[in-house]
Design a protein around this ligand. Sequence first.
Ligand code: GDP
Length: 460
Amino acid sequence: MPDTNTRENERGLRTPIVAVLGHVDHGKTSLLDKIRGSTVIEGEAGAITQHIGATAIPLDVVSKVAGSLIDPSDFDLPGLLFIDTPGHHSFTTLRSRGGALADIAILVVDVNDGFQPQTLEAINILKQSQTPFVVAANKIDTIPGWKPNEDAPVQQTKEAQSDRVQSALDEQLYEIIGELSDEGFSADMYWRVQDFRGNIGVVPVSAETGEGVPDLLTVLMGLAQRYMKEDMAIDVTGPGAGTVLEVKEEKGFGTTLDVVLYDGTIREDETIVVGGLDDPIVTDVRAILKPRPLAEIRTEDRFEKVDEIAAASGVKIAAPDLDDAMAGAPVRVVRDRDIEEVITEVRAELSEIEVETQEQGVVVKADTLGSLEAIANAMDEAEIPIMRAEVGDVAPRDISVASTASEDTHKTILAFNVDVLADAEKQAEDSDVKLFESGVIYRLIEEYEEYVEELERAQQ
Ligand code: GDP
């Protein structure tokens, strides 16, 4: 019996994939937890399907949470699939053919804090990937004097506030709308928007109390329905296409891939092609695994095997020879196609992400292809030349390469979310190579620029 996991309907529309982005501490994780929590409470037991790296919320559960805001018969979509790891790091890592893996996004902005560097970074990434998004203006419950109204639609909770609190909220929201407009978007508050044409919906929410979560889900469904219809019609029997979320050792299975499947199906024993560090890997699927329902989990036995799974879903794939697979790389099922053609397709997709390098410049190491690309874009904007850009930990040979850089490119390595191998650290000290490490792109660039300025001042 095939496990389709997320229901398709007669029109073959798959579940839209939703990512959550925003500045650190603005409430991305809390909001995801709240959405999952509210839907778990509302939904019947087992209504929420846990995936690897993602959570599927079917339309009937979405509509229960949204209450009177949604008429489920208005929607053709089966529900929403939320990527569990928030942040633009995972967003950029998760690519699909020619773009972002996520179909739509939630940009979380703390109402008190407004736009911050990572908010802008996220907006740039959303612009580049042309991903439609909704702004969740989060933490409305922290506005002084706020009277919480758990899990209520925001219009209702707003009307229950004093005039002073209402205007304080409006003021914060207008600020966000102004900042969106500085970024070239026209936006309006959700309750004033009759349709979303050209407008970004700004939805006031609280991840703490759940206020506005019904509205947020409603706007997301509307957004998905509006923008994604054609793209989301899938041939549910076609050969699967997905993206590697993580490459992981799993006891009893060896090296496995956590994959988000965005198209078609994947079956046990099928041949797949996976993007690898050097060349595409061709291997046969030994097992397709998904998490057991929470109630059934015994220690050591967290997964159950399925024969087949359809998009959109998150699964674990066990197969031989996966050691060189890369997070962010494509996965393709070969099925009845010519294997060479599929290999060429995977290569082509990987080369899309290749970073243009120059004779002289900085060495960049990052944990995934997507993050490498995001850094390269940011460096391009900051006019910092790149000499070498690769996925992986900082190794001695990277130091050797960086140490050949000319004086004016400053012998530097920018390391994003990767380890520095012990030998490399020592070698960097010995050869005057400067290493910058961070998990935040703008910080890496800022630190580099400050360092360069310092050197230039010292030379004067
Ligand atoms: P992330 O870094 O964007 O994932 O942010 P977190 O979800 O970890 O939230 C950062 C902090 O803000 C945590 O202490 C949360 O409890 C708190 N927080 C998040 N959302 C809300 C909210 O809506 N209201 C209040 N009062 N606190 C919130």
